[in-house]
Design a binder for this molecule. Structure first.
Ligand SMILES: Nc1nc2c(ncn2[C@@H]2O[C@H](COP(=O)(O)OP(=O)(O)O)[C@@H](O)[C@H]2O)c(=O)[nH]1
Ligand SMILES: [Mg+2]
Length: 463
């Protein structure tokens, strides 16, 4: 419900249908005040009508908008009057889809509209707007153009005898151009990956032995009492997701069952789910109970001993080798020491024993709210670039990341083919065609219809 509600018509019949509801003449792009009438001539509402004759409209078609009062009942009456005059209800995303079909927007820009509407922070909105303005698409189009030139060259030389082909390739600078394209795409993929995380959010799994303090940490981080906390090991058995907003980064924090060998069937399933969740999470927090092992931390005030390796060996590995294995990936996981309030002299925050980042330990206490900010900062840092408000971010989706990845895969094979000899001209041409195809899918040049359908059906009605 709002002060003003808008009913939007688009298509060849838009002006004709509007004329049945609104009897005053409509000058293009000028708001006209008057009554909205049903077919019996009865007034349904009074408001402003405006027309945008195509092609200078959002969809590229004739568009008319009725700006009436915002109540759902009044609006429905106006919609029903339009339907009675021959209009059809729009499918989700149909306005944007028509704008895309009529070349008013490319596909990445159309997606940015959905992202802009869904944005949950000022930063997310700004990024979506940059995408809508074409920051991302312009780069994709430029690279697709460069790729097209390569294809034209390779396909044209297919007809020439080998020696000549090699000479022409060298003259054209085929390998250099391919390398430059791969470099540019690799950079774009990197930025797109972090933009996609930023747009779609990341998953952070909390794993550890039973009673490590996972549920307590989840509650402390989310500022809500979401997970049950007890001193009985094995309390949490299912995955419990909680959505957070870390300064504009959407984070899904997932509490899991404590990892241990158990004969309880339900708990066993919980353990399996915990491991599966951790496998696919963007970030894994591996928790170790410092409180219950104060001796280790206290005897290690001698800083050298409080290393990730020592703790992993003595606390984590002993409980579960699977748990320890997650720590092998320092890009994705970090060791979190919990219950630091039970250990005298342990400084909360980031304990960095030496310069090696793999040795980072985040020291926290859920009950004292110690080290939580450092933990949040660490998570944000994992997402990489794109989090600074003044960096040139855009919104992106996993779909774009996948398209860029397979484009790069094809180009990698193309590089190998071009390096041996241009003998594999046909294969080379085929790899370049594939690369061009997947790259084009981002902006909708080559996107299959079913994928288009999926993308637009995820819009809300009326967009
Ligand atoms: N002193 C202290 N106790 C904690 C802290 N975090 C958790 N606990 C206690 O440790 C026990 C297990 O906590 P819980 O969050 O359920 O662990 P989980 O099994 O890993 O989910 C409970 O009795 C908690 O009260 C902490 O930061 N400090
Ligand atoms: Mg728990």
């Amino acid at each position: 419900m709002g002060g003003v509600g808008i009913v939007r018509l688009s298509g060849q019949q838009a002006l004709a249908i509007a004329a049945k509801l609104f009897h005053k003449p409509l000058a293009p792009r000028v708001m006209t005040l008057g009554p909205f009438l049903d077919q019996q001539g009865e007034t349904l509402d009074e408001g402003l009508a405006v027309s945008f004759p195509g092609p200078n409209s959002f969809t590229g078609e004739d568009v008319v908008e009725f700006h009436g009062h915002g109540g759902p009942v009044v609006l429905r009456l106006v919609v029903e009057a339009c339907l009675a005059c021959g209009a059809q209800l729009a499918a989700p995303g149909e306005f944007t889809q028509r704008a895309f079909i009529n070349n008013k927007l490319d596909l990445a820009q159309a997606e940015a509209i959905a992202d802009l509407i869904a944005s949950s922070s000022a930063m997310a909105a700004r990024s979506a707007l940059r995408s809508l303005q074409g920051v991302f698409s312009t780069e994709v189009f430029a690279l697709a153009d460069a790729l097209r030139n390569l294809r034209l060259f390779v396909e044209a030389t297919l007809d020439f005898p080998d020696e000549e082909e090699v000479d022409r390739g060298a003259e054209f600078g085929l390998t250099e151009r391919l390398d430059a394209l791969v470099d540019a795409l690799t950079l774009l993929l990197q930025n797109t990956r972090s933009a996609a995380k930023f747009t779609e959010g990341i998953t952070v799994a909390l794993i550890g032995a039973p009673n490590a303090g996972k549920s307590s940490l989840l509650n402390a981080l989310s500022g809500e009492d979401r997970a049950i906390v007890t001193d009985i090991p094995g309390t949490t058995r299912d995955l419990l997701p909680v959505d957070l907003d870390l300064d504009g980064l959407p984070v899904r924090l997932v509490d899991t069952a404590g990892l241990r060998a158990t004969t309880d069937v339900v708990e066993q399933q919980g353990v399996e789910r915990a491991l599966a969740q951790a496998q696919q999470a963007d970030v894994v927090l591996v928790l170790a109970d410092a409180g219950a092992n104060a001796w280790l931390f206290e005897s290690s005030k001698d800083e050298d001993k409080l290393t990730k390796v020592a703790i992993t060996e003595r606390l984590i590995g002993k409980n579960s080798p699977q748990l320890a294995s997650f720590l092998d990936d320092p890009e994705r996981s970090v060791l979190v020491a919990t219950k630091a309030d039970l250990v005298s002299g342990l400084t909360p925050g980031l304990a960095r024993q030496n310069t090696c980042s793999a040795d980072e330990i985040l020291v926290t206490s859920a009950s004292m709210h110690w080290g939580l900010q450092q933990l949040k900062d660490w998570i944000k840092a994992q997402v990489g670039v794109g989090l600074s408000p003044d960096s040139n971010t855009f919104t992106a989706r996993q779909r774009h990341v996948e398209a860029l990845t397979s484009t790069l895969d094809s180009l990698g094979r193309a590089q190998a083919l071009a390096a041996v000899s241009v003998d594999g001209g046909v294969l080379l041409a085929e790899e370049l065609r594939l690369a061009h195809d997947t790259l084009g899918q981002i902006v909708g040049m080559t996107t299959p219809d079913d994928l288009l359908g999926d993308i637009f059906s995820n819009f809300c009605i009326g967009k």
